[in-house]
Structures are given as C-alpha cells and as structure tokens.
Design a protein around this ligand. Structure first.
Ligand SMILES: [Mg+2]
Length: 208
C-alpha cells in the first residue's frame, strides 16, 4: 500500500544518520525519470501517456532484488500555481502507484512538494522543494530506524535532484533521461551518472 503525502516543510532534527543496522532507501524523482518530460502531466491520462515502460521495469527489478524502501520525492509546484488541484494530484500519484504494481514493482511512499518559489518556510524548518531536502527529512522521520539517509540513494534528472540528494546526505545519481542535468540550477556533483533508471538500478544494486 503506497502512502501519498503532501509535504510543505520539515524539521531536519528528530533522526540520526549513519547508524549501524539501518538500511538504505531509494529516493526517486518522477518527471524525467519515470515519465517523459515532453508534455505536462496534469491528469492520470497524461501520466499514462508519458510513463516510460523501461523505467517501470527498472522499478520492478529494484523491488524484486532489494528490500530497500522505494520512495518518490516530486516537486509539483503546479498545485500552488493552480494548474491542478490537490485532488487531481492525488489521482495522478495513485495512478502511478497502480502502474508500478502492474509492472511487478512497488512504490512504498510518495511525497509531493506543492510549494512554489514564494513559499515562506517556517523558522527552523527546511523547504520540501528540491534542491532543499525537506521531503527526505520527512521520510526519515516517518520511517524512523528503518532507513539511513547517509546510506540512501537519490535518482533524478535535474541538478536540483542532485543538490537535494546531497543536502539530505545521500548518494546522488543523475540520469540522462528527461533534462539529463541540463537545467544548470544547482552546482552539485553526482556520485554516479547513468543513462537511465535501469542503469541507476544497476549501480544501486552493485553497492550492496
Ligand atoms: Mg525530474
């Protein structure tokens, strides 16, 4: 059962990293990693058109060959910009979880950041909007001792994903699908570069 959460900001305290016995989680970006970025995804039908079959197979392989929690972290400022409602967003993410299950994979949790650029982060908290790491901190709090951010992986197609992964203390993998790192918004160096999610899964499984 996939849990779907709208995140706004999160406190970075309340969990520890690098604790023996904790295990990695695999954090995945959505747009450009699981679905193409050729068009907007404002409905479940848009998502169906955009999903990349090879990426769904890669999630299935990761699901079957590891017990790492698989957690989606996606910026969807279109919610705050009024392009789609929180209810439409929920339907899109439910469709994603359904398609992944149909392909033989699992998505344990989905965190959605609805914040636009103007969101005012409360004092002492971290924005959920990547490259800030609020969604990762929220997941670490929700999963508690089951995951260790320092041992975890983040896979994304933008430099903001790489920045977010590094801000969370995780290992960051850039994929060459979607924007392929061409956004140039963040000066962050990935730990690995892969052609696509399939290649990223190869590298994650090789790090055991
Ligand atoms: Mg992306």
């Amino acid at each position: 059962m996939t849990t779907i959460s709208l995140a706004r900001s999160s406190r970075p305290d309340g969990f520890t990293v690098n604790t023996p016995g904790k295990q990695p989680a695999v954090f995945l970006d959505r747009d450009g990693v699981l679905n193409s970025t050729d068009g907007f995804v404002n409905s479940p039908e848009d998502l169906d058109r955009a999903l990349m079959p090879d990426a769904l197979k890669a999630v299935a392989r990761l699901s079957q060959q590891s017990d790492y929690p698989i957690i989606l972290v996606t910026n969807q400022a279109g919610i705050d910009m009024g392009k789609f409602t929180p209810e439409q967003n929920q339907a899109i993410q439910e469709r994603l979880a359904q398609r992944i299950e149909e392909a033989g994979g699992r998505m344990d949790s989905i965190y959605v950041c609805p914040n636009g650029k103007k969101f005012q982060v409360p004092e002492g908290e971290v924005d959920c909007r990547k490259p800030d790491a609020g969604m990762f901190f929220r997941a670490a709090q929700d999963y508690g001792p089951r995951i260790d951010l320092a041992d975890s992986f983040m896979v994304g197609d933008m430099t903001t994903d790489i920045g977010a992964g590094k801000n969370a203390g995780a290992r960051a993998i850039l994929v060459k699908t979607g924007f392929g790192g061409s956004d140039g918004k963040c000066n962050a160096t990935p730990d690995h570069v892969a052609a696509d999610l399939n290649g990223a899964v190869d590298w994650i499984l090789s790090q055991k």
